[in-house]
Design a protein around this ligand. Structure first.
Ligand code: ATP
Ligand code: MG
Length: 503
């Protein structure tokens, strides 16, 4: 029977003996084992009461078995719903009440804290521990190594993935089999993944980047993963020689550059480094090229849409841009109020349409309706401009746009200049309440190791480069900028922290 996503993911298995995954400890899993183990997990979730369309919520550490649980859920016709391992029991309660899963799988160490919540929401609780063992793994052990896949069509849901909650409460994005399959197919081809690829995988698997972009792409190409539980600098440096490719958030690349052991020789053989989930600063892009000879390939996407744009594989990978709309993705830069396309080169909101775009927010029909135009384009909330060559540059989120004295300030423009100043490692530009201007521009910086940039020095460096209204009225220096697990700067936190700056 056809199961759209699973069939697409397993269409090009080069040979059953081919290694799909190797852990940091050198444990391997072949494609034959993937088929067997995912069949066992499909059997296990079915035995626990999963019916087609039912949800399997999962908050577990990153292990090969956790991936097999994802594939097993898809094979059993379920909807996979991964949760960030950093969520507290109170947060997990919100997601379980919202999603009403049939099965909830948590880490054995959190069982006591979560069992009441699972019982209250009617979910069968199962556990899997960080070693990939535990009662659910044992249940899977007892299941047959074959499974008759539940038939699933293009439009059937494969996953509900909650957004990162950077701008507000996380929303559940409903993703269909075809949303996931089509985007992975496009990316694998665009980025030229083949069975010869070994991808260093240090991303979490509760987010679109690590779960769908990285895992689906490699499986679809018949390649292999070097599967690390998290980004550990020492482990990454040790394993880079055995990889051909890597996908990461910008902080991964900044951390590699911070190590003297990260040399040109170490990655001379590499095929491609890909970055996304947060803006990669032009500074890091250039420093990376200087150090390694490789130009990082930056792309842009979101939970709701999968990937939308990418720098080219062969052509010019331009620092500070997210490249072109991917094949099959309709993209326009529109006036946020009217949805009409802006003049070429002007800033507007990114709107997208295509097989990659989700089915709507789970149980939020009004919010879903608000975020789509009448002609089917999804309003991403990201502001950008497109240059004459078609490259898209993101200037910030609409919610982070600063309006000061009636003028718009796009944070990315100021951040790019700040990042170029000697002694500045990274920056975030925010707007906070100001009695005269509505909002006042505030810069928050993290210095390079050993550097001590002060406000006067920073302001002097910007004064000839930016119109007066764009110049920060206040500069704060912190050891590190607050970031979440995906390396996204938490501007909400900074706005709260500095909201009294102009009182
Ligand atoms: P929430 O929607 O809950 O506020 P979030 O938008 O951070 O959280 P995600 O779906 O994980 O949740 O992230 C998508 C967002 O990440 C995009 O809308 C965009 O703002 C940002 N993003 C992703 N890739 C890039 C990139 N290459 N450059 C700049 N921003 C990026
Ligand atoms: Mg978002």
């Amino acid at each position: 029977m056809s199961n759209h996503l699973f069939d697409t993911l397993t269409a090009f298995i080069p040979s059953l003996d081919k290694v799909f995954l190797t852990t940091g400890d050198g444990v391997t899993m072949t494609y034959a084992q993937v088929l067997k183990r995912s069949a066992q997990y499909a059997g296990a979730v079915k035995k626990l009461g999963l019916k087609p369309g039912g949800r399997v919520a999962v908050q577990v550490e990153k292990t090969p078995d956790a991936l097999m649980l994802y594939l097993g859920t898809i094979r059993a016709g379920g909807v996979f719903l991964p949760l960030n391992t950093a969520y507290t029991p109170a947060e997990v309660a919100y997601f379980l009440e919202d999603a009403e899963p049939v099965v909830f799988v948590c880490d054995s160490k959190n069982e006591a804290a979560l069992s009441d919540i699972a019982a209250r929401t009617g979910a069968v609780l199962q556990t899997l521990c960080a070693a990939g063992t535990g009662p659910l793994a044992s249940l899977a052990d007892s299941m047959p190594e074959q499974f008759e896949n539940c038939p699933r069509e293009d439009d059937d849901l494969a996953a509900i993935l909650y957004t990162s909650g950077t701008t507000g409460r996380s929303k559940g994005a409903m993703l269909s089999h075809a949303n996931l399959a089509s985007n992975s197919q496009t990316l694998a081809k665009y980025w030229r993944f083949t069975e010869d690829d070994v991808l260093l995988h240090a991303l979490p698997i509760f987010h679109t980047h690590g779960l769908f972009v990285a895992t689906n792409c490699l499986m679809m190409a018949g390649g292999s993963l070097l599967f690390l539980p998290k980004f550990d600098l020492e482990a990454v440096l040790r394993l880079l020689p055995g990889a051909t490719s890597m996908m990461g958030v910008p902080t991964f690349y900044a951390r590699l550059l911070g190590s003297e052991a990260f040399t040109r020789d170490l990655v001379r053989h590499f095929r491609v480094f890909i970055s996304g989930s947060a803006p990669l600063s032009a500074e890091v892009h250039k420093a990376f090229e200087h150090r390694t000879g490789h130009k990082i390939l930056e792309r842009y996407g979101m939970t709701e849409t999968n990937m939308n744009t990418s720098n080219p594989y062969d052509g010019d990978r331009r620092p500070g841009t997210v490249g072109f709309p991917l094949p099959g993705v309709g993209l326009r830069i529109a006036d946020p109020k009217t949805g009409r396309e802006v003049a070429q080169g002007d800033v507007g909101i990114i709107e997208v349409k295509g097989p990659n775009v989700f089915q709507g927010y789970w149980r939020m029909p009004e919010k879903t309706a608000q975020e789509f135009r009448a002609d089917g384009y999804f309003i991403t909330g990201d502001m950008a401009r497109m240059d004459t060559d078609g490259y898209v540059s993101i200037v910030g989120r609409e919610k982070d746009l600063i309006i000061t004295g009636g003028f718009n300030v796009y944070p990315a423009e100021v951040e790019t200049l700040l990042d170029e100043i000697d002694g500045v490692a990274e920056s975030a530009v925010i707007g906070v309440p100001h009695a005269d201007f509505g909002e006042g521009v505030v810069a928050v910086l993290a210095p390079d190791p050993g550097a001590t940039p002060d406000e006067a020095f920073i302001l002097a460096a910007l004064s000839s480069k930016l119109a007066k209204f764009k110049q920060p009225k206040k500069v704060h220096v912190l050891d590190h900028l607050p970031r979440n697990t995906m390396g996204k700067i938490q501007k909400k936190v900074l706005r709260d922290q500095y909201k009294g700056d102009f009182e």
